[in-house]
Every structure is written in C-alpha cells, then in structure tokens.
Design a protein around this ligand. Structure first.
Ligand SMILES: Cc1cc2nc3c(=O)[nH]c(=O)nc-3n(C[C@H](O)[C@H](O)[C@H](O)COP(=O)(O)OP(=O)(O)OC[C@H]3O[C@@H](n4cnc5c(N)ncnc54)[C@H](O)[C@@H]3O)c2cc1C
Length: 393
C-alpha cells in the first residue's frame, strides 16, 4: 500500500487549489471559516459555479458529463475545496440520487434528470425516513398505487433535510405488501411542486429551519418517474446509502475545523491549559487515523484490490469526530458559547456582538446541531451492527 501522492497528483492538487482560489466567493468562504449560517443562495451559488466548470458531479464518470477523476483525484478535490472554505456540496442530487439514476435509471431518465443535477439548477431532497421508519427503513408505509400511467402517492416522510428548498424528491414508497417488507418497495422521483405535496418545517432549538415533514395527499406521479423495476427499490436504496455514509465521514472538513478549534482555543486562552491541549491532540490523532483509513480505501480502490465495505466504519468515526470538535470549541468559548441569540449567531465568533463581546454563540448552536451526525444516514448503533456483520464476520 502506497499512501504518497504521485507528481501528477500533486500537480492536479495545485490546479484545483488555484481554480478554487480564483472562483470561490470570498464572502462564502468567510462564512464557512467562521461557521456562519449559509443561505440557500450561498449553497446553490457555489453549486452553480462548480456546475459551470463541470465539477458539481465531481464523482461522475465522463459518459454522464463528469470529469472521470480517479478516487485519489476526487479526494484531493474534496480536500482542497474544504480547506479553502467551500461549503459542503448538498449531496442529495449529485452524490446520492445521481449514481442511482446512472446505475438503474433508463436512458430517458438519465437525459432528463442528470443535466439539472450537474448544473446545480435543480435542488433534490431525500424521502426515505417516516415516523416509525428510520432504522427499520424497510417498514416504510407511504403508499404508491398504480392507476394506468401514473402512481397515486399517499403518506408522510420526515426529517427531510432542507426540503423547504426542494424542487424534486427521491422517495422510497410501498407498492406491495406481499412477502418480505424489502420486496414491496419502489424508488420514485417526485416533483415537489405537484398538487397534494405539503412541506412543514420542524423548528430546531436554535430557531433555525433545517428539517421538515413532507406530506403526500393523493399526489399524482407519472409512472415514467419510477426508477428501475417496481418492488426492486430496496436494492437501489442500499446503493445510495453507501454513497451517503462515505460522504458523511467528511475527513477534510474535520481537518479544517481542527485548525479553527486551535484558533478559538488560543484566542480564548485555553490553549495554554495542558489538559485542554491534550484533548486537541487526541482529536488530531483520531483525525489523522481517519484520514489514513480513507487513503487506505482509496489506495485499495486504485490498485484494483477488494476493499472492505467500510462505509459504515467511516461514518461512525467521522461523525464522532465532528461531535468532538464542536464540543471542544464550545468548551473553549465557555459561557459566551451558550446564549441562543439570533443576532449573535448571525454575527459569528469573529463578529462584533452588540454589547462588546465577540459573539461565541454559534459554537453552542453548532454543538447541538452536530448531535444529528450520529443519527442521520443510519444511526451509529445500527452502523456498528452492520460493521459487526459485514467486516468482522
Ligand atoms: C438532522 C437530521 C436530518 C435527517 N435528514 C434526513 C433526510 O433528509 N431524509 C431522510 O429520509 N431521513 C433523514 N433523517 C432521518 C435519519 O435517517 C433517521 O433519523 C435515522 O435513520 C434514525 O431513525 P429514527 O430517527 O427513526 O430512530 P429509530 O430508528 O427510532 O432509533 C431510535 C434509537 O434506537 C436505536 N436503534 C434502532 N434500531 C436499533 C438496532 N437494531 N440496534 C441497536 N440500536 C438500535 C437507534 O440507534 C437510535 O438510538 C435525518 C435525521 C436527522 C436527525
């Protein structure tokens, strides 16, 4: 196993770095470096910049309009964009549903849906979870009944991230109650502007709006929006989940946030505390270990060796690391991290909060927000079960 980069790969890194320096808007990277709230325009603005360059679908093969990069090149792209302060690419379109459409959609669907995803014009949402169907995803109840050339969809999805912006939604729907629950699920693409779709916000503790409930009341969906075969959706759903879990690990963001943690700790005077520095050091060791694991997977993929199915493992370690750095940042800020004051959150850690003190409030907000990472994309307890079965044997 060779974990060093070739001269060509180093050159590739330089090219990405130079392009990002030229093209990432400064106001967006300022927000990312200071964990300030990103608007829909920030997120979609960056997506469209990448889309124009042909890099929003940076993991796509050339035949579908992607750059056709190797696993290492994709990693270098992710690292350079994260370190430069680019927002995370909203994964639902380019990282999650696109590979399913490529692998299991027909030519017509590929022609219809992939260009809008690649350009960043069309915002996708994920309709998997329902009340009562999260870890036990195969129990989904949202029903799609076939009537001639359309499906009539009734039911409810929940925890739909950023669904308030969604144009389209990919859904797991029940099309049969025969046999095992897994064999009666289909994968349906649904226009969120269709009559009968209601998106209701789930308000978070800090007043922000990130997740939603989505209700379907006799929503008509053309049968041509069915991906693959009816009742085979479980297979497509699992294909998508491995992309989601690897994406959540996000080691490059952890590297950027580690540097931010050090800046905050130094500014708040706790960096001189040996015990606090120990915690930072332990975190840094774990981030390096996670990076090595990611590189091992990439190296195995590049050399054509069978890699372990480690998406779950990466998700567990990556999500725990995200929680630890957000906790240490909050501890470094002390009492000033706590007030959940909207103006303070918008002003950010380096901003000037009315009253004189630097506003540390987003740190507590981020800490609470990061609790989600060990739940979404399949909870870590359930991932441990999967790792125990598939990796440990
Ligand atoms: C912020 C956020 C954003 C999300 N975004 C989306 C989205 O955009 N689209 C979407 O479809 N879903 C989304 N989800 C839903 C997410 O995938 C589910 O919350 C997750 O799968 C867990 O399901 P649940 O909430 O129903 O919890 P449950 O399945 O009810 O689990 C409750 C607890 O029991 C534990 N548990 C359950 N089964 C087992 C088991 N077999 N062994 C051991 N422990 C077990 C779990 O680990 C958990 O601690 C999001 C969730 C959050 C929190």
């Amino acid at each position: 196993m060779d974990l060093s980069f070739t001269p060509e790969e180093q050159q590739f890194r330089e090219e990405i770095r130079a392009w990002v320096r030229e093209n990432l808007p400064q106001e967006i990277s300022h927000k990312v470096h200071n964990a300030l709230e990103l608007t829909r325009d920030d997120l979609q603005g960056w997506a469209k910049i990448l889309g124009k360059k042909g890099w929003l679908g940076y993991g796509w093969p050339k035949e579908f309009g992607g750059p056709g990069w190797t696993a290492i090149q994709r990693h270098l792209f992710e690292e350079e964009t994260a370190l430069a302060g680019a927002p995370r690419i909203i994964p639902f379109g380019p990282v999650m549903v696109a590979p399913v459409i490529m692998a299991f959609g027909n030519a017509e669907q590929q022609k219809r849906f992939l260009p809008g995803i690649a350009s960043g014009e069309v915002w996708w949402s994920q309709g998997y979870s329902e009340p009562g169907s999260g870890s036990d995803l195969a129990s989904v109840k949202t029903k799609a009944e076939r009537h001639g050339d359309k499906y009539i969809v009734n039911g409810q999805k929940t925890w739909t991230t950023l669904g308030q912006h969604g144009d389209w939604m990919f859904n797991l729907v029940r099309t049969s109650n025969e046999g095992k629950p897994q064999t009666g699920i289909s994968f349906l693409l649904l226009d969120m502007k269709s009559p009968g779709v209601t998106v209701r916000p789930i308000k978070l503790l800090d007043g922000s709006h990130e997740v939603n409930e989505v209700f379907f009341d006799n929503v008509e969906v053309p049968a041509e929006n069915l991906i693959g075969e009816e009742n085979k959706g479980w297979t497509y759903a699992k294909h998508l989940l491995s992309h989601e879990r690897t994406n959540i690990a996000d080691v490059n963001r952890a590297k950027r946030e580690l540097e931010r943690l050090k800046r905050i700790a130094k500014s708040e005077g706790v960096y001189d505390d040996q015990r606090f520095r120990d915690e930072i050091a332990k975190l840094e060791v774990d981030i390096v270990a996670l990076e090595m694991m990611v590189l091992r997977v990439l190296s195995a993929a590049t050399s054509g060796k069978n890699s372990l199915d480690v998406a779950g493992l990466l998700k567990i370690r990556g999500s725990e690391i995200q929680q630890r750095y957000s906790e240490l940042m909050m501890l470094a800020g002390g009492a000033y991290s706590l007030p959940l004051i909207r103006e303070a959150m918008e002003a950010g850690w380096q901003g000037n909060f009315p009253g004189g003190n630097p506003a540390l409030a987003p740190l507590a907000s981020t800490f609470f927000n990061m609790r989600k990472t060990t739940i979404y994309g399949g909870s870590n307890e359930v991932q441990r079960n999967i790792v125990a079965q598939t990796v440990l044997g």
